[in-house]
Design a binder for this molecule. Structure first.
Ligand code: NOJ
Length: 494
């Protein structure tokens, strides 16, 4: 038996024991519970009241085989019309806050800096925020969650540096119009997926496959756009509005396959190429050293005159550094990371720049999403890594959840939340990690991108065959409501 296999088996025995025992301690008073959705995934009303086309509208309409069953977000959960009902569901759950996103092309139909603002779009979000406020629920607003106005894509999308100016214009419009009633802002949701899946694997809109090339340009513009929005808020709005701005990044937890130096380095490198790519930039002003070194060196070997990883100037580094008021993580799953022989240096790709092998333990519970295995202890390890790597910041878990194929008796989802939340609480109480918010994904079943409506993440089921899109609570909704009310994960806490 190989050492790796032995380690894997031993780890799974330990994990199994940990995973089945949720802690009976209570969440601290300051800790807040929320739940999330995103505009394209729930709103529908894709061409109503002046909304412009975005890249997901465009992709679903022009290339229907891209999404399972040819599904699209034209109607989705119809939250554009049913937002009051959604707020009633949030109230039933008892959440402290609702994390949702704004549709750029609903607010600025063409997306372009200086182009007209659609008042009906602003009014929709004002009404939603008002309804939340009337029900004592805080809005946590994501400015961009993947639905880029199609016109901006025609200008090249994120790899075009001009995108920074368009985003800055949009951010100023939303701070100006909505900022009086919003305290927590997020510029971008999961930039890794915008750039990697959008421009490298091509599995998300706009669906380009330019691995190790356009994706690095995408990230470069996006990070600068984030920093610009942060400074706009800081200088023009923070003095009156007193809010907070951050960026929500995601990563899989990469557990070293063994305690060898090579495997430890491989896991660290993978974390830096995923989470650090964006967060090292906003915290320290630049890409992680390991990315710069590897991509510069490989680009040189490949005969590029300059690195495929764009450079920030000294001035930009100073401008980008520290542009975050909180650290946020979207976290779902874990893989083992293992050192790998260097591949052919001529291959131009993100994967060869990273050069890490990954594998999973087949005994980990499989969700309905191929990429998502249930590994609760991975979240605790990830929270510890974040705390150590970024100097013990306040951390928000901005997404965590699990998919199935449907049904109201979602006991496996209850187990998921119980076990993952237990690991969050242990990270706080036993490891001293400063996690202050936890956000479940998602309020209701919705448009799961290329998987359409097949994979369900909601605590409320939505009947997509019924034009009224009725919502029905699942067992997990009662469980989450009970956790929030009691601040306890089991029947009785100490
Ligand atoms: C991350 C994304 O932010 C969200 O849009 C997606 O639905 C969930 N993960 C589940 O895949």
């Amino acid at each position: 038996m190989s050492n790796n296999l032995l380690v894997t088996i031993l780890l799974s025995v330990l994990v199994y024991r940990e995973a089945t025992a949720a802690t009976n301690r209570t969440f601290p008073d300051y800790f807040k519970f929320g739940i999330a959705t995103a505009s394209y995934q729930v709103e529908g009303a894709w061409n109503e009241d002046g909304k412009g086309e975005n890249i997901w509208d465009h992709l679903c309409h022009t290339n229907p085989t891209f999404v399972d069953n040819g599904d699209n977000g034209d109607i989705a959960c119809d939250s554009y019309h049913k937002y009051k009902e959604d707020v009633a569901l949030l109230k039933d759950l008892g959440v402290d806050y609702y994390r949702f996103s704004l549709s750029w092309s609903r607010i600025i139909p063409l997306g372009l800096a200086g182009s007209p603002v659609n008042q009906a779009g602003i009014d929709y979000y004002k009404s939603l925020i008002q309804e939340l406020g009337d029900n004592g629920i805080e809005p946590m607003v994501t400015i961009f969650h993947w639905d880029l106005p199609e016109t901006l894509q025609e200008f090249g999308g994120f790899p075009n540096p001009e995108l920074e100016e368009h985003f800055a214009y949009y951010a100023r419009v939303v701070f100006e119009n909505l900022g009086d009633s919003v305290t927590y802002w997020t510029t971008f949701n999961e930039p890794l997926q915008t750039c990697h899946q959008g421009y490298s694997t091509g599995t998300m809109a706009p669906g380009y496959k330019s691995s190790g090339l356009a994706e690095y340009k995408c990230a470069h513009t996006l990070i600068k756009a984030h920093a610009k929005a942060y400074h706009i808020y800081d200088e023009e709005f923070r003095p009156q509005q007193q809010g907070y701005v951050g960026i929500v990044a995601d990563t899989t937890w990469f557990e070293p396959a063994s305690d060898s130096d090579a495997d430890q380095e491989a896991a660290e490198r993978a974390l830096q190429f995923n989470y650090g790519w964006y967060i090292n930039a906003v915290v320290n002003g630049n890409y992680p050293a390991v990315m710069i070194e590897r991509i510069d060196e490989r680009s040189k070997q490949q005969g590029f005159e300059t690195s495929r990883l764009p450079k920030f100037t000294e001035e930009e580094i100073e401008y980008i550094k520290g542009t975050h008021d909180y650290l946020a993580i979207n976290a779902y799953t874990t893989v083992y990371a293992q050192a790998k022989e260097e591949t052919d240096p001529t291959v131009v790709s993100y994967e060869s720049d990273l050069n890490v092998d990954t594998f999973i333990d087949e005994s980990w519970e499989q969700s309905a999403s191929s990429w998502l295995r249930v590994v609760p202890w991975g979240l605790r390890n990830l929270l510890n890594w974040l705390s150590k790597t970024y100097n013990h910041p306040e951390i928000f878990v901005t997404e965590n959840g699990v998919s199935d194929l449907g049904g109201l008796d979602d006991d496996r989802r209850i187990n998921f939340y119980q076990e993952y939340l237990s690991n969050v609480l242990e990270a706080i109480l036993d490891d001293g990690v400063n996690v202050t918010r936890y956000t479940a994904w998602s309020l209701m079943d919705n448009f799961e991108w290329a998987r359409g409506y097949t994979e369900k993440f909601g605590m409320y089921s939505v009947n997509f065959d019924n034009p009224g899109r009725p919502r029905t609570p699942k067992a997990s909704a009662s469980y989450y409501a009970q956790v929030i009310a009691s601040r306890c994960l089991v029947d009785t806490c100490e």
